[in-house]
Design a protein around this ligand. Structure first.
Ligand code: N01
Length: 537
């Protein structure tokens, strides 16, 4: 059996699948390893009730193949997890990618061999969970930004007699909550999608909230056939428009320049916010040009959403608890279907644990806010060790055995979020330091895979064997990412963008704000012969 490849890829979500496709197209030998029993990454694991995308499906889809985008029919404006997973399965089959993919196999380590090594020095040696070793000229991490689950170590958790499920590791066969008293810990995007459905199903639902979150109704609906036809008729234009959008989405919508809140009177502000409320979901972030950069503009929008919460939630105390006091979109905003309305149900209780935290899990429930709660099942909607968790779970070692985990111990250090000095021929798709999670992930993934593919071509053409960022380029890049972020509201609250959700994680703002600037910089760097990277032969 072949064990030595040009390229080895970890993960087969959107990024891993496209990477395999691209390498195959370029005639490179490639093998991808996937921990799950199926492809799909995020969309394989996150099967919790209500899981769906919050970028419109017509845009949250691959643009690299014209026939694929014409033939696939989305059924909803925002597709649910089963449909997105079916799409990714279709992509894997349509392009015959499975023969280069090994499922149920986790990449445990990837070591760059300075010397020795089975195929000689200067290659990556990869160990997988079956105890096998492989080698590759290039190692590509396609493990995703939100795939390593954050499971808090609540005291007494093993004693709980009911079932505990993390939203990011939901059982394939689903979970039946009928007749059960269910507790949900967390109120991020996953919880906000799951709670209305869990409330329908369970006998009683208790939501334990540490921090309230902003959410705007998604107004999800069956996808209008005419709209689908219209977008398909100009798909190239739509994808190109997305590459020019700050967040990599919205390219299928009319291109209007939003006003600045400060240039409008109160009535005008409310009119604009009302229009964007009707557009729904993440599109609301685009209401004002200065929404993310001017705290005053942001407060106008934040208060508008708080008003909506108060209008929907009957009990003023519950409405107040559900109203965030941080800036809108400082934590990732959510798109929902009936989230706030759910708290008007008799069988749903909101518990504020902002002061007490979860004091402990007991055999029959949990203790929080000086109360005991009896529960039959517990849902942990506690999120992820974002952006670095899944990469750091692989023991990656570069030149001289240097460990990536150690190098990143005070926060991730990358150049463009794509590579790190002393780790030759390592590429990270949508790594920390790139726009990734602040964008339509598919726009960012395609840009990264194409960057890597072009770079490999360039290396062949110029006879280079190795590429890695210079130390000064990555130092400057980390400073640049932080400087850009400081011009926005992002660093002003606790969020997973900052690593604040995981105890002990260094507090560093990880993504690059703004897709077009980032993409233009990448293009300029390539035009200058991959400035900031060092090649060797
Ligand atoms: O995770 P989160 P998520 N005790 O980190 C709370 C994407 N996504 O899975 O805010 C008690 O947002 C935590 O509280 P706090 C999207 O990018 C997209 O919901 O840290 N509570 C928070 O309320 C999203 O942002 C979709 O104080 C604890 C919650 O758990 C990202 O994934 C759908 C706790 C975690 O929220 C992550 O979303 C789903 C503790 N020890 C996800 N630890 C789409 O719509 C954490 N919490 C496409």
């Amino acid at each position: 059996m072949q064990r030595d490849y040009d390229v080895i890829v970890a993960g087969t979500g959107f990024s891993g699948l496209y990477m395999v496709y691209k390498m195959r197209e370029m005639g490179r030998t490639v093998r991808a390893f996937e921990a799950g029993e199926g492809v799909g990454g995020t969309w394989y694991w996150n099967r919790y009730p209500g899981a769906r995308c919050d970028v419109e499906s017509m845009e949250y889809s691959f643009g690299f193949d014209a026939a694929l985008e014409q033939e696939w029919e989305w059924t909803e404006r925002y597709s649910g997890q089963p449909e997105i997973l079916a799409y990714l399965d279709h992509v894997a089959d349509r392009f015959d990618l499975r023969r280069d993919i090994q499922l149920e196999t986790r990449v445990l380590s990837a070591h760059f061999r300075d010397e020795g090594g089975r195929q000689g020095s200067g290659r990556w040696e990869i160990e997988t969970s079956g105890g096998e070793t492989w080698t590759a000229a290039f190692f590509v991490s396609a493990v995703g930004c939100l795939s390593s689950t954050n499971t808090p170590d609540f005291p007494g958790m093993p004693d709980f007699e009911g079932a505990i499920h993390h939203t990011g590791r939901w059982p394939q066969e689903g979970v039946d909550f009928s007749g059960k008293r269910v507790g949900v810990i967390g109120t991020g995007s996953s919880a906000i999608q799951a709670i209305p459905i869990l409330a329908e199903e369970a006998d009683h639902l208790t939501v334990f909230q540490r921090t309230p979150n902003f959410s705007v109704p998604a107004w999800n609906a069956p996808l209008d056939i005419e709209r689908q036809r219209e977008v398909k008729s100009r798909y190239r234009e739509v994808r190109a428009a997305n590459r020019k959008k700050f967040t990599g989405f919205g390219g299928s919508l009319p291109d209007v320049e939003p006003p600045k809140a400060k240039d409008l009177e109160e009535e005008g502000q409310r009119f604009v916010l009302g229009e964007f409320w009707k557009a729904g979901g993440l599109l609301f972030v685009g209401a004002f040009a200065d929404m993310l950069s001017d705290p005053d503009a942001n407060e106008v929008a934040s208060e508008f959403v708080r008003e909506k919460i108060r209008a929907v939630v009957d009990d003023p105390e519950t409405a107040s608890l559900l109203s965030p006091d941080h800036s809108f979109a400082c934590k990732r905003p959510c798109a929902d279907t009936g989230y706030f309305e759910t708290f008007n149900r008799e069988d749903v209780e909101l518990v504020d644990i902002s002061q007490s935290g979860i004091e402990g899990i007991t055999r029959q429930g949990l203790r929080a806010a000086d109360r005991e709660f009896e529960l039959d099942a517990l849902v942990l909607a506690t999120g992820f060790d974002a952006m670095t968790g899944a990469i750091n779970a692989i023991d990656i070692r570069g030149r001289g055995g240097v460990s990536l985990v150690e190098k990143w111990s005070a926060g991730p250090i990358t150049y463009l979020g794509l590579g790190s000095a002393d780790f030759p021929n390592l590429f990270v798709i949508t790594g920390p330091g790139s726009p990734s999670v602040l964008t339509n992930m598919i726009t960012s993934i395609e840009q990264h895979v194409e960057f890597i593919a072009d770079c490999l071509e360039y290396m062949v053409k110029h006879g280079h064997r190795w590429i890695e960022p210079t130390e000064s380029a990555e130092t400057d890049w980390v400073a640049h990412v932080n400087e850009v972020a400081s011009g926005y509201i992002y660093p002003t609250c606790n969020s997973w963008y900052l690593g604040a959700n995981v105890p002990g994680k260094p507090r560093v703002f990880m993504p690059h704000v703004g897709f077009p600037d980032y993409r233009e910089r990448c293009e300029a760097i390539v035009a200058r012969g991959y400035e900031g990277f060092r090649f060797s032969s």
